[in-house]
Design a protein around this ligand. Structure first.
Ligand code: AKB
Length: 319
């Protein structure tokens, strides 16, 4: 591989598993993890790590130079629920970090960028079911506005300056290795921890709040596949719709009950409910399937058994 890979935001929920997978593929010393804070032990000990603020342009450039980085995965972002509480901070983090990386690529210092977008780019006026790749986008959250703006800039830098930037609109990502931070879809992870610990869970979303979701392994596969696809196959340079599973809290609870018979769910929707209501229920990802061969492996059943086993083992190890 020509040049090393830098992950910015490597200690987050997706960053951690993405870094470990890329190290497995390319070799530990080829993948530089970086974040504003230290992360999981396996991540810290398996390869190079740098403390790096995603908004610090000069330091990003130093790290890229020092390690001869050619590919950047920019995973640092403030998610939907947290961003509502700190709008300007979220805007600065989500936008400044992207501009730094786009400009570094424009100057020819790096060759390729991965930047995650989200289903949050859609809003209440978007068709809710099977949301198309190209449609009305009027996001009403700070996070959604930053992601939609980011998509426009990615496409602009590609069209104007030939920057090779690739992106996916992640749905809610479900995993057990690293906890998520500040998302509206986080209930779908908390529910597994509470089901195994206490056989009950109070959902902060209503029983019928259907949202697009995906198991972590599928998200990592999609991220690596889109980055490895030949450039001419990546026809969308804003961001690709990506789908796997769609369910409501009630449907997920019923699936968990198949394994934990006395599991009980109750509902106390909070401010995150109105965010969920503004997002699609399900996504049409035909374009990603056709352009670069996307296909998910995990359905609701497989995701649920994998999560119960993974969270169960983690709870035993920590007991
Ligand atoms: C969130 O809930 O904010 C994220 C997302 C859908 O991008 N998980």
């Amino acid at each position: 591989m020509a040049g090393r890979i830098l992950i910015i935001g490597a200690c987050g929920q997706i960053g951690t598993e993405l870094t470990l997978k890329l190290r497995e593929i390319h070799g530990n010393d080829q993948v530089i993890a970086s974040d504003i804070r230290e992360g999981a032990e396996e991540l810290m000990t398996s390869g190079p790590f740098e403390i790096l603020n995603a908004t610090d342009d000069a330091h990003i450039r130093e790290v890229i130079k020092e390690y001869e980085v050619k590919v950047v995965y920019l995973m640092a972002a403030m998610l939907s629920a947290t961003a509502e509480k700190a709008p300007m901070k979220a805007w600065d983090l989500n936008m400044d970090s992207l501009f730094h990386i786009l400009n570094i690529a424009k100057e020819g210092i790096i060759d390729k960028i991965f930047w995650p977008s989200s289903i949050a780019v859609f809003g209440p006026t978007t068709p809710k079911d099977d949301t198309p790749q190209t449609t009305i986008m009027e996001p009403t959250t700070v996070y959604g506005i930053s992601k939609q703006t980011g998509e426009r800039w990615c496409e602009y830098f590609h069209r104007k300056f030939g920057v090779d930037v690739r992106s996916i609109r992640y749905p809610g990502i479900i995993s057990y290795k690293t906890l998520p931070g500040g998302g509206t879809t986080d209930y779908a992870i908390e529910i597994f921890h509470e089901a195994l610990k206490h056989s009950k869970y109070t959902s902060f979303l209503a029983e019928d709040a259907a949202l697009p979701m995906m198991y972590m392994d599928d998200a990592i596969k999609a991220t690596i596949d889109i980055m490895e696809a030949p450039a001419e196959k990546i026809k969308v340079r804003s961001s690709y719709n990506l789908a796997a599973i769609s369910f409501t809290p009630e449907v997920l609870a019923n699936e968990i009950k198949k394994h934990i018979a006395d599991f009980e769910i109750s509902y106390a929707p909070d401010f995150r409910q109105s965010i969920a209501e503004s997002w699609p229920s399900s996504i049409d990802d035909t374009t990603a399937r056709e352009d670069w061969g996307w296909e998910p492996d995990f359905d609701l059943e497989k995701m649920t058994t994998t999560m119960l086993e993974g969270v169960g083992n983690t709870l035993k190890e920590n007991a």
